[in-house]
Design a protein. Sequence first.
Length: 216
Amino acid sequence: MGRWLRFLAAIGLAVTFVGFAIAQSAAPTHKAVTSKRYCQPEIGFCFRYPSTWMMLGEVFGGNGVVVAPEQKEDRALWDAITVALVAPAPEGDEEGPGLDGIVEQSAVAMREAGQNFVTLQRQERAVDHKPAQLLKVQYKEKTSGRDWIEELVFIQGPENEIYSVALKCAPQNVGKLEPAFAELLRSWALPEAEPGEGEESEKPPAKTPSTQPAHN
């Protein structure tokens, strides 16, 4: 009797082991997320964004671009991220606006374009080891009646020029888009870096009138 119990126990153990092995072999392998890489040809800042996203075109006179996931609505209402040089380096004795000045100017512009304007967050941080400030706001756009959240990070360059990385999206989509926004910020760099494994380089299409970048 004891021998049969030991035999059944051995069979049970073998079945458990085989089942575990099958489960392990059947476990899905997670494919590495690829990204596209863009470098502004004249200014030189670079960043990565999801390979499934589209580049909508140039903004700020070619000093920036807009990227976004494909959406069903009119492009003027698309959630998007704008990356650009928004204030060039001051010349001679000229004083640039600085981070505080740019943040205040942007807040005024968004307050004038919308209503029910609320500042959700303002924070000092660093991007690519450079001083930066985050401004996150919510408002209702007067022209479209659309509710927006804008999350703007302004970065001060080595010659006191100011760059901007700005997410503009519907409030219900913030949680879905903030991870991509954070990854783009982590990849933003000066000067240009060489592309890494699993990345694709892409040039922006010509600027299109329908592109609506985030306010900066």
